[in-house]
Design a protein around this ligand. Structure first.
Ligand code: ANZ
Ligand code: ZN
Length: 821
């Protein structure tokens, strides 16, 4: 009895791939089409988990499929080694980040090899290596020289626990994305990338890439492009114009009050002398401690305080009372709004709470809700109660006319607003890429000359965060000379956000050992863009937006020729614990890929994480299912080994019948099914299921002893060949036993149409709209053929006799209706 022993099979094949450097690919083009298949690089903190196994199994299946489809595949690997996870892990375990990172990287490397992932190891790097971050610094300088990296004093998100600033993208529900601590607002000098310059293109170009719709929607919402107008409201008392941003200038005649954000710099001044100073000050102080998400929440009770002043509505001269209220945010628009309670829900809630007038200026009824007057009404319709020139005019038309009028009068203009803010990239942390800048008293901010890069991260004794960067303590390193005047200067001590490192690594993979430049543009052009990018949906906004921005900026600066990094994106779902909860140490439901591999073999683990369900969806771990997959691999391998040993190596005969024909048909059916599942929609689960079906047919045929050796060998070798992208070791072994060949050197199998059952459907045949027959029709039939089929039906004949056919209506794939007279 032959026994399936993954512990023997798997290392044997891994060694062949390793010593023969099977998965390496050079940069010399040949006549094959290129395919850049990339899985997001891991953060090396701790050990790889089951989610890693899944995502790299997905990537590997795609890479293998493309290779065997005749493409030249680039499938590299690296480590996103800087940043908070690595540093926090280091602080927790008391090791220097460099050591703990190196240890984690070694663990990832070992497991990638043990999993048999087909990586081109010659291109590997960690983003913390000076040979890499030298070029991260170089890119920073390119952006700096073109005004796309700048420093400014601003209110920033501060995590007191991690003692660092956070980008807006890293604040979730008012809390630090990493540690969950509540975020505070602090006023600090920080470095920014001018991503807002690219807001329009980042929205528009989404239409040029093949990404899941929900990811595009998340990016669109994050960028939050709004078209509207800026309109000036004058406070006559102070003689100051306060502009507001509105998407609805058509509702200007419905403005009944005016609201400013608590952070608005003029609040104190406005309240002065109103008799309301104390209440205003108290309200402002209270608001500052509330987080933004909560303030923006539509359902929250609206609060505010009267400022004791009015502004003039530019379209009708009405005096509108001014309020301070925390539902208006300082970061958006101008930090002040005109309130139109008749048509905006938040304004309506505020007006009801403070007994302010509500006026309808657009006709129409809301789809749901609204008060007894149908207000607030957010929709479109003709204007009312506005101005004789506009009343009766459709509001969208009036909107344009009103903006033109404002423009002519100098009281406003068309404007586009974005939710997106510039990318705050500086961090007061140790474990990151140093910002290549020095500060000189005489010359100010001076970039480090390119030939002095990299600015290496010095070793420090104490790398724990304490409010200023730990680098500030490395005095020898900080003290330097100014590249411009030669006088004494100080190095910038902040480091870069780790998202900077991962915004260009996919370019470096193309030309990873280049020490003259970040890359050779011709080599990058040859591989780019990434054809298939694979990773977690948690990166839908941050990483994917930043990388798109980098590529567009580098494109504009002439460093790359493409301007979208990832043509196609796949986001994989999570593997949940057996209890349906997210796997976590505290829940005790964590499954370790090493344990599973040790018990069942790597191929079982790989196959199972792909078989568990559609790979873009979350799925529950199920140990029974693991056993099922293991039995399937065992059956396939054993049968292959047995047949290879027992049965002669006959070719498939030309004339086939009975079980032989059935088995050949099944094999070709499986080829077609797996190919379609792989090429179209990443349906690895149904692809594996098809190989299981084919294997079962082979077993059945072998057990009843009916098929000839040729067809059985062919069907089994086909099963192994189709299984290869998912279980490469087992498949290679089975295939070699059956054919003597290496499966990865074989082209992807093609289904022979002669063996494919033609697809049919049920054709409904009607006369005068009444169903008279149902026939099986080939899916490929033309409308003419369908008509002919229906007209030939015996059941229709009595209804057609003696009649004249006036019309035949054909609905392909469904019915034929014959109209007679
Ligand atoms: C009058 C109006 C009437 C508005 C109406 C809406 C509906 P989006 O679409 O998200 O861009 N707004 C402007 N600045 C704001 C701020 N800093 N804080 C809170 N709200 C602000 O939203 C634009 C609308 O949000 C603007 O248009 C403004 O209210 C409000 F029937 O102006 B609107
Ligand atoms: Zn100087």
């Amino acid at each position: 009895e032959l026994s399936y022993t993954p512990s023997e099979i798997e290392p044997r094949w891994q060694e062949i791939w390793e010593t023969e450097r099977t998965w390496e690919v050079g940069n010399d083009e040949d006549d094959r089409e290129k395919s850049y298949v990339l899985v997001m690089l891991p953060y090396p903190s701790g050990e790889p988990h089951i989610g890693h196994l899944k995502v790299y199994s997905v990537g590997d299946a795609v890479a293998h499929f493309h290779r065997r489809a005749g493409k030249r595949v680039l499938n590299p690997m690296g480590y996103d080694a800087f940043g908070l996870p690595a540093e926090n892990n280091a602080i927790k375990t008391g090791q220097h980040p460099r050591d703990s990172t190196a240890k984690s990287i070694a663990s990832f490397q070992r497991q990638f090899r043990e999993w048999g992932i087909s990586i081109d190891w010659t291109r590997e790097f960690g983003t913390h290596e000076p040979t890499y971050y030298r070029w991260t610094q170089w890119i920073f300088l390119q952006l700096f020289h073109h005004g796309l990296a700048y420093r400014k004093d601003s209110a920033v998100n501060w995590c007191p626990n991690d003692a660092t600033v956070l980008a807006n993208e890293q604040v979730v529900d008012g809390r630090c994305e990493r540690c969950g601590h509540e975020v505070e607002i602090r006023q600090l000098e920080q470095w920014f990338f001018r991503i807002t310059d690219y807001a329009d293109r980042l929205v528009e170009d989404l239409s040029t890439i093949d990404w899941p719709e929900h990811v595009k929607t998340m990016q669109r919402n994050w960028i939050g492009r709004s078209e509207g107008a800026e309109v000036n409201f004058r406070c006559e008392d102070l003689g100051i114009d306060y502009p507001v941003f509105t998407t609805r200038p058509d509702t200007l005649f419905g403005a009944t009050f005016f609201v400013m954000a608590p952070e608005h710099p003029d609040i104190e001044r406005l309240a002065q002398g109103s008799g309301n100073e104390e209440a205003v000050r108290e309200y402002v102080n209270r608001s500052l401690t509330r987080d933004k998400e909560e303030r923006g929440d539509a359902d929250r009770q609206k609060t505010g305080v009267f400022l004791g002043r009015t502004v003039t509505n530019p379209v009708n001269g009405e005096q509108l009372p001014m309020y301070v209220a925390d539902y208006v945010l300082m970061e958006y628009g101008t930090g002040a709004i005109m309130a139109v309670p008749g048509h905006d829900q938040r304004d309506y809630d505020f007006a009801t709470a403070y007994d302010l007038p509500i006026r309808r200026v657009v006709e129409g009824a809301p789809e749901d809700g609204g008060d007894e007057h149908g207000l607030p009404y957010p929709g479109d319709g003709p204007l009312v109660n506005s101005h004789p020139d506009f009343d009766g005019t459709p509001n969208r038309e009036a909107l344009r006319a009103i903006v033109d009028w404002l423009d002519r009068e100098g009281k406003g203009h068309q404007s586009v607003n974005y939710r997106l803010r510039d990318w705050l990239l500086s961090r007061q942390r140790y474990w990151g890429c140093p910002i290549p800048i020095v500060h000189c008293d005489a010359c100010g901010i001076v970039p480090v000359p390119e030939d002095e890069l990299p600015v290496e991260l010095p070793d420090v004794e104490d790398y724990a965060p304490k409010g200023r960067s730990p680098l500030a303590a490395a005095e020898d390193w900080v003290a330097t000379t100014c590249p411009t005047c030669g006088g004494p200067a100080r190095r910038e001590t902040d480091t870069m956000d780790t998202f900077v490192d991962s915004s260009w690594y996919f370019l470096r993979y193309c030309d990873p050992r280049n020490d003259e430049a970040a890359w050779d543009p011709r080599i990058v052009a040859q591989w780019s863009p990434v054809d298939q990018y694979i990773g977690g949906v948690e990166h839908a906004i941050l990483h994917l937006l930043y990388a798109r921005f980098f590529v567009k900026a580098l494109h504009d600066l002439g460093h790359v020729s493409h301007d979208e990094p990832f043509s196609r994106l796949f986001t994989q779902g999570m593997i949940l614990g057996e209890d349906g909860e997210k796997m976590s140490k505290s829940r005790g439901n964590v499954v370790s890929p090493r344990d599973i591999a040790a018990e069942f073999g790597v191929d079982t683990a790989r196959c199972y994480v792909l078989f568990i369900g559609p790979p873009d969806q979350d799925a529950k771990w199920d140990i029974e299912g693991v056993g099922g997959v293991h039995r399937f691999l065992t059956r396939l391998w054993r049968l292959s080994a047995t047949v290879a040993q027992e049965l002669p190596d006959h070719p498939v005969p030309d004339e086939l019948s009975g079980d032989d024909l059935a088995l050949m048909r099944k094999a070709h059916w499986a080829i077609e099914k797996v190919t379609a599942d792989m090429a179209g929609r990443f349906a690895f689960n149904t692809a594996i299921a098809a190989v299981m079906e084919l294997t079962n047919e082979c077993s059945r045929a072998y057990n009843v002893g009916s098929p000839s050796p040729g067809p059985l060998r062919f069907a089994l070798a086909t099963a192994a060949s189709l299984l290869f992208p998912f279980a490469p070791h087992t498949a290679s072994d089975a295939y070699e036993r059956l054919t003597g060949d290496r499966v990865w050197e074989e082209p992807w199998p093609a289904a022979d149409p002669d063996f494919l059952d033609e697809d049919t459907f049920e054709l409904v045949c009607q006369v005068q709209g009444k169903v008279r027959d149902r026939l099986q029709a080939p899916s490929s039939a033309t409308p003419e053929e369908l008509k002919a089929l229906a007209l030939g039906s015996e059941k229709l004949a009595p209804y057609l006799e003696g009649k004249t056919i006036v019309k035949e209506i054909v609905v392909p794939g469904k019915l034929v209706n014959i109209v007679v007279r």
